[in-house]
Ligand binder design. Structure first.
Ligand code: PLP
Length: 468
């Protein structure tokens, strides 16, 4: 009998020597941040640290734990439960540091305050603000800038959805690309560069019209020349659909309302920022959080860390269901409601050229476009003699509370499907020139069965149109 040992096959050697790939997004979500090394119990779930303060040892030294920014002194700036959340999101976004806040709006404020500390030799500062997108962020930035004498320039999405018969009067402005070209020309002519904050919401809530972020700044040099600091609000897309720090070289910081998809269970209000580099602006942002006190509590951090573990599966499922609903409405638009074409669907994942799909594909490289979409009723859903703004608004309100399997409530990104008539929320009653379509219903798709959700919407349409 031969004693020669058989050599392992070539492919097995290759497999054995193959280096591990860096963990992919589903793995990063499921495993969360690496456990803190001082954790003696090796608990799989990071413990909640409710303590507001930390004892010094016999040498009068404060505890320094792995992964913390500084020795633990006081819970307003330093809490290990919050830090575990920050490290988990930092890994998901591919940033160099992350800070959690008490709300998304607190995170927005921290960006404004941190950016304001940048040197402005000419004394001028400027903010580029989207005409479309979450209305409270826009209102806050415009108000904040007005109080501080910061110039504001508005820009519009690259392609606006065309929605005749919906009483929509969108703010007029050039798209970002054009605004930047003009700024670059002015900078070349008269040296007009000054610290400029660029706020981007890549798919604008609630029409989901897309800002061409991939082309807007071309490369970091343009941003540097113009003195631009860019913040991308990635609340709706989440890192599962788009990681702005990886996708756009000029993006400086990513912002999230963690209240939404990151937590995903509608039981935490929180915000987050993830920075590309720990530069002066980032240090100013951290300083602002510490002194303004917009910190997250440890129990919220525990819930948020728990929610983020399932982010990948939730957002995948929600994106697929949103696509299913969008495709159904688009394919059947001639047959839904009393007249052909009285219902439109807005979803950046749907390959309808007028609705920005090409641009969205550049932003969302994995073919997932998120769980948010809108359906829009035109005035033709009403009998010809009743077709006016007030009646369309009333019909939408009735529809929003008439869809089984959908809850009529504000917010988005939770496990439960929500529907909301945004005109009723964002505009004063009777506003005859609203900045959003009166007939628009915003849908946040949850985790329910997709057929049940679709049937719920169709049932709502039957109810408001008077057929049982
Ligand atoms: N950004 C977007 C896109 C949002 O939808 C929201 C809230 O709805 C915010 C920011 C503000 O976040 P928060 O409500 O957590 O303060």
């Amino acid at each position: 009998m031969s004693t020669t040992r058989r050599r392992p096959s070539r492919s097995r050697v290759t497999v054995a020597r193959a280096r591990m790939d860096p963990p992919r997004l589903p793995t990063l979500c499921a495993r969360g941040a690496p456990p803190l090394e001082d954790e003696p119990t090796r608990s799989v779930v990071p413990p909640v640290y409710p303590s507001t303060t930390y004892a010094r040892d016999a040498e009068h030294t404060l505890p320094l734990i792995a992964g913390a920014r500084a020795p633990l002194c006081y819970a307003r700036p330093d809490n290990p439960s919050v830090r575990a959340c920050e490290r988990a999101l930092c890994a998901l976004e591919g940033g160099s540091d992350c800070a959690m806040f008490s709300s998304g709006m607190a995170a927005v404020t921290a960006v404004l305050e941190g950016w304001y500390r940048l040197d402005a030799p000419s004394g001028r500062r400027r903010a580029l603000v989207p005409t479309d997108g979450y209305f409270a962020v826009r209102a806050h930035i415009l108000d904040w800038c007005a109080v501080r004498g910061v110039e504001t320039v508005m820009y519009a999405p690259d392609v606006r959805s065309e929605l005749p018969g919906t009483f929509w009067y969108p703010t007029k402005a050039e798209p970002l690309r054009k605004v930047l070209e003009e700024l670059a020309q002015a900078a070349a002519r008269v040296g007009d560069a000054c610290p400029t904050l660029l706020w981007i919401e890549p798919t604008a809530n609630p029409t989901w019209d897309v800002v061409d972020v991939s082309n807007a700044l071309c490369d970091t040099k343009v941003a540097e020349k113009l003195g631009i600091y860019t913040c991308v609000d990635a609340t709706v897309l989440t890192p599962i659909c788009c990681q702005p720090l990886k996708a756009f070289p000029y993006c400086n910081v990513v912002m999230h309302s963690a209240t939404k998809y990151l937590n995903g269970h509608s039981d935490v209000v929180a915000g987050a920022l993830v920075t590309r580099t720990e530069d002066d602006t980032w240090n100013a942002i951290l300083h602002n959080r510490k002194l303004s006190g917009a910190t997250m509590g440890s129990f919220d951090a525990y819930l948020l860390a728990r929610g983020m573990r399932t982010l990948d599966v939730r957002v995948r499922r929600q994106s697929e269901t949103a696509m299913y609903i969008a495709e159904y409405f688009e394919a059947n638009k001639e047959h839904i409601g009393p007249r052909a074409g009285c219902v439109r669907v807005l979803y950046p994942g749907y390959s309808n050229p007028s609705h920005n799909h090409e641009l969205a594909c550049r932003i969302c490289p994995h073919g997932l476009f998120g769980g948010m979409l809108s359906i829009v009723f035109t005035v033709d859903i009403l009998p010809p003699e009743d077709q006016n703004l007030q009646n369309l608004s009333a019909l939408c309100q009735k529809f929003a509370v008439s869809c089984p399997n959908w809850t009529c409530a504000t917010s988005l990104g939770g496990f439960e499907s929500l529907i909301e008539h945004r005109y009723s929320v964002e505009c004063t009653p009777g506003d005859e020139t609203p900045h959003i379509p009166v007939g628009l219903l915003r849908l946040s798709v949850g985790l329910e069965d997709r057929h049940d959700l679709l049937q719920g919407l169709l049932s709502g349409i039957r109810t408001v149109c008077g057929y049982a």
